[in-house]
Design a protein around this ligand. Structure first.
Ligand code: NQM
Length: 350
């Protein structure tokens, strides 16, 4: 099934329908998506990282979850499939897919499904409308980066900090220096390096395609990323899609701060979901690069609004600053999702 989850799009599979051997599975998924090829012309991938994604779902045997969700990022131009990051956008469609495939029996008008996120060993609760036992996709909730409103999907997280790096602040500090740039290395669901735009020589208002063409910026970011990978306990991240890199500046609209995010080699048209939760959390840490630019008083209502190239994204984040270093309590977001098509895919023969 092809589904839109938030501002991403991906192919959803039941794990039983894929080879159990990860190497065989990845070879099949590369063929399904049409990778490696910048246009993915011989597959169903959309030729950008945000549309070259896969979700693998099964009924969970865990007592704290109803389904398991494994996210796989299929590289567009390289023969790489990575399970080293989570995706909070496709997550917004995972539970509905499970209902569509009969993994979960539903009754009422709203369903709360507990989703175990295998990539980061953590659980999210996804709440969405149901009618006559099937998910409702139509609705009135608008999210920036998606042209049409759809049904509201509420995603609540507990204990997602350190899912990839072991701790919210893997170095134990709020601020570190890499290549002379002040950074916050943070993992509140997604490993992200947060820096001030001006420290990288940009204003932070540039459109993504302009930043993608800035080779000097990209080289600086990659140098910072490779060093951050080791410092964050992720090891050699040359072939990994984490950590992400977010450059922050003061808000220009009604938000609390403005963001430009590399994921990690191209600039995101908006911002990733869990990436935004991590950046919003960084903004609440006194003395951090993000705290230096965030609107005064932001976060007092538990919400941080991150502006991004396609609008803004609101993350609900609660942290405890009485601990040293600060720790995360909970977080939540609102997304929408839609079933786009259901059918049979014909990959090139392997
Ligand atoms: O941060 C893009 C996206 C993502 C990941 C990326 C995501 C997240 O926009 O949770 O959703 O950062 O590669 O889908």
């Amino acid at each position: 099934m092809v589904m839109r989850g938030g501002t991403s799009k991906g192919a959803f599979f039941l794990s039983d329908d894929l080879p159990a051997d990860p190497e065989e599975r990845d070879a099949l998924l590369l063929a399904v998506m049409g990778s490696p090829d910048v246009r993915q012309i011989d597959g169903i991938g959309g030729a950008t990282p945000l549309t070259s994604k896969v979700a693998v779902i099964n009924r969970s045997v865990r007592s704290d979850a109803d389904i398991d969700y494994l996210f796989l990022q299929v590289s567009v131009d390289q023969a790489l499939v990575s399970d080293r990051q989570n995706c909070g956008n496709l997550l917004a469609a995972a539970a509905q897919f499970a209902v569509e495939r009969g993994l979960i029996a539903v009754t009422g008008a709203h369903e709360s499904v507990r989703v175990y996120m295998s990539n980061t060993d953590s659980v999210a609760t996804s709440t969405f409308p149901i009618k006559n036992g099937v998910p409702v996709y139509a609705g009135t909730t608008a999210i920036d980066g998606v042209p049409h409103p759809a049904a509201r999907v509420q995603l609540d997280f507990a204990n997602i900090a350190g899912g990839s790096c072991g701790a919210l602040l893997p170095t134990g500090s709020t601020v570190d220096q890499i290549d002379g740039v002040a950074v916050t290395m943070i993992d509140h669901g997604m490993p992200v390096v947060v820096m001030q735009s001006t420290d990288l020589g940009i204003t932070g208002a540039e459109p993504p395609d302009q930043l993608d063409r800035n080779d000097a910026l990209r080289a600086r970011l990659e140098s910072i990323r490779l060093q951050a990978g080791h410092l964050m306990g992720l090891g050699d991240v040359t072939e990994a899609t984490v950590p992400k890199l977010t450059m922050v500046s003061s808000a220009r609209g009604h938000g609390d701060l403005s963001t430009r995010t590399f994921i990690p080699h191209r600039c995101h048209e908006a911002i990733g979901v869990l990436g935004a939760v991590s950046v919003a959390t960084a903004a609440l840490l006194p003395g951090s690069p993000a705290a230096n630019v965030v609107r005064t008083g932001a976060g007092l209502d538990g919400m941080i609004i991150c502006e991004h190239p396609a609008g803004s994204f609101t993350a609900a984040v609660e942290i405890d600053t009485s601990t040293n270093p600060p720790t995360a309590r909970r977080s939540g977001i609102v997304r929408t999702a839609r079933k786009l098509m259901d059918g049979v895919v014909f990959p090139t023969s392997l």
